[in-house]
Design a protein around this ligand. Structure first.
Ligand code: PHE
Length: 393
């Protein structure tokens, strides 16, 4: 079609040379799984919110944000940190914000172009009285943790690669970082402390790792030991003063964190494939109850069907793996379980590049007929030719 606009959540946006949002993605924007009653993502959101009872809880922010580079108008947020400035500008001092976020990515059982994050933040007066509040809160949470079955590995001190911001009092920064860590250890105890896989006798193991984010310093990542593996849970740190300055907030210091809901929900509920969160099959949805963490009972695993596509790239052109995956998602939707590049070579004489991708088709909800898959595969192939001018081999 030759429409010169796209419509997202009832709003029209003129398309331009930046537009790359596909109909499959637009279709996800109104779904709001994180507030859909009984949905595992909604239960997990509720559980996280219950660890922060005196915070403002927000979960209905529009996914359309303005990009950082001035002048191209709109984009879908790629992380919930995109809302930090506006939350602080509103005067919020302690808040959680849950939302759908959008990233172009590979295709496999744990990646999906839409997922959900919770952002949390708290700011204090950057003054002796503000720091007294921090110390009191630190003492309170330390008391809770001391009585709990949690082992925390945290040898991290401020380092040259993870510095205190030059405009921060190092004592203030350290107290705030301590508050962040205590608060998150307490959250993880709430989320992982009471579920299968961690027995009453075995402690919950949490470890803190140095990290880098452009909007915090010092920064950390947190991992939890779960079912024999260290699981990456979240990123966090002491908020960069520039964020608060932009929001017009003066004389405050604070922390922020961001975590992805899907990966946590997959292990808590035993959900093996990220596409299941989007299933409308009652065999999925009816298994869950709001507020309860229960183990998913797979109702069936339908057969896989592999299809390969090999092609020559046009001279002097490239196609990024994510572009390929975009086309596949757009044409085949959730019927694709994963995509792998299985061959790549450059012809020694002609210098042309040949690629081969293997697409694994499998529905979560039903058996696919060979006919149906062949049809979808031929649409993927013709989209490839149309958009990238490849030559099928
Ligand atoms: N926004 C970061 C991400 O998506 C996570 C983060 C949030 C890190 C807040 C630090 C502070 O990876």
């Amino acid at each position: 079609s030759s429409k010169n606009y796209i419509e997202i959540l009832g709003q029209r946006f003129p398309t331009d040379d930046y537009t790359n949002i596909t109909p499959a993605i637009i279709a996800k924007t109104p779904l709001q799984l994180h507030v859909k009653s009984a949905h595992p993502l909604s239960t997990l959101r509720g559980l996280i919110e219950s660890a922060y009872p005196d915070f403002t809880h927000v979960s209905t922010m529009s996914p359309l944000v303005s990009p950082y580079y001035a002048n191209r108008d709109m984009m879908l947020r790629t992380h919930t940190s995109a809302h930090e400035v506006e939350m602080f500008r509103k005067g919020e001092t302690r808040w959680l914000l849950t939302a759908d976020v959008y990233r172009r990515d590979e295709i496999d059982a744990s990646h999906y172009p839409v997922f959900h994050q919770v952002e949390g933040a708290r700011i204090f007066d950057a003054s002796p009285s503000g720091m007294k509040e921090v110390e009191e809160d630190n003492a309170r949470v330390s008391g809770i943790l001391a009585k709990s079955n949690i082992v925390i590995e945290d040898t991290l001190h401020i380092s040259p690669t993870n510095p205190v911001q030059h405009n921060h009092d190092p004592v203030f920064s350290e107290l705030v970082a301590k508050n962040l860590k205590l608060s998150l250890n307490n959250l993880l105890l709430k989320v992982f402390g009471g579920v299968a896989g961690i027995s009453k006798q075995e402690p919950l193991r949490v470890r803190w790792i140095e990290a880098y984010f452009p909007f915090t310093s010092p920064s950390f990542e947190v991992e939890v030991f779960f079912q024999g593996k260290w699981l990456e849970i979240l990123g966090c740190g002491v908020i960069r003063q520039a964020t608060l300055d932009t929001a017009g907030v003066e004389n405050k210091i604070g922390w922020a964190f961001g975590l992805g809901l899907e990966r946590i929900a997959m292990v808590l509920f035993g959900i093996p494939d990220i596409r299941l969160f989007w299933s409308t099959d009652p065999r999925f949805l009816s298994q869950f109850e709001q507020g309860k963490i229960t183990t998913f009972q797979p109702y069936s695993k339908y057969p896989s069907c592999f299809k390969d596509v090999s092609f020559w790239l046009p001279q002097k052109s490239e196609i990024h793996e994510n572009d390929f995956c975009d086309i596949v998602r757009d044409t085949a939707g959730d019927l694709v379980e994963d995509v792998k590049r299985i061959d790549h070579f450059i012809h020694p004489k002609t210098n042309r590049t040949s690629l081969c991708y293997r697409i694994n088709y499998r529905s979560m909800d039903r058996s696919l007929s060979n006919e149906e898959i062949n049809h979808v595969q031929s649409q993927v192939v013709s989209q490839l030719v149309e958009r990238f001018e490849v030559e099928i081999r």
